[in-house]
Each structure stands twice: as C-alpha cells, then as structure tokens.
Design a protein around this ligand. Structure first.
Ligand code: CO
Length: 144
C-alpha cells in the first residue's frame, strides 16, 4: 500500500543552526525557512536525491511540535511520511487492520497542500507516521 518515503521530519531547537549543519557539514541543498502558520511550524526543506528532510520549528501558539521540543530540547526525529495513492482507501484498510488514525480520522490538507493523516505511534513501532496522498505517473508508486 505505501509507496515512496516522502520525507522525514526532524524538530530542531534552532532552525538556522540546523539548516547550516545540513548545508555545510552534510553538503545538502536546503531551502530558506518557510513559515507555515496554518500548521504551526516554520520549515526548512532539505532536498535529497531520493527524498526530503523537513526541519521543523514551532511557530505561534499551540504548535503541534511545541511539546515535542520541550520533551526533546536538543531536537529529534518527529515523524516519517509515506506516500499513498488513495488516502481514503488507505484509511479504510488501516481501520480494518485495527490501526488508529489520529484526530477525527479524516484527511486534512498538509504542509504540501495534499491530503494527509497521521497514525498512532503506538501502533507503528513507536514511530509517528504521516500518510500523504501523492499522484505519480511513474511506475515506482505503482508498487502495492
Ligand atoms: Co510531514
């Protein structure tokens, strides 16, 4: 069901320092910080040849990553995002398998303007999983 690894999200205490680390020490291509007020984060996108890393920092009141940062002051991996072709079919399949979809269980529009849901970390080896509906024309995403 899941397709490509779309991104790994890392919450960081200092976005500029983290961006510099990825740029200088790891030699990656990094974006300027992008404020996403609707999602309560500022993001730096790190482009890799086969995927992305998203460096996240809380933005505004009630950021969904604020608690994570206070529990992990040095930062840490927050979630991984897998692509699915049909998010409603994925949700139905997961419910039938007994997995918990977070929130009201309905997809919402994520940071890339595509429908996403999050799955309970306790059901997936302690990892918060984001599923994002991505339509691709190439055969890699056809793997089921
Ligand atoms: Co994400």
């Amino acid at each position: 069901m899941i397709g490509r690894l779309n991104h790994v999200a890392i919450v960081v205490p200092d976005l500029a320092a983290a961006a510099a680390l990825y740029k200088s020490q790891l030699g990656a291509e990094v974006s300027d910080p992008v404020p996403l007020p609707d999602h309560g984060v500022t993001t730096v996108f790190v482009e890799l040849p086969n995927s992305k890393i998203e460096l996240l920092h809380p933005l505004g009141e009630g950021s969904p990553v604020a608690n994570f940062l206070s529990n992990n002051p040095a930062g840490g991996m927050h979630h991984i995002c897998y692509e699915v072709e049909d998010i409603h079919a994925a949700i139905e399949h997961l419910r039938n398998e007994g997995a918990r979809v977070l929130g009201d269980g309905k997809p919402r529009i994520g940071a890339h303007n595509l429908p996403v849901v999050f799955l309970h970390p306790k059901d997936f080896c302690g990892t918060l999983i984001e599923l994002e509906e991505v339509q691709r024309d190439d055969p890699v995403s056809q793997m089921t």
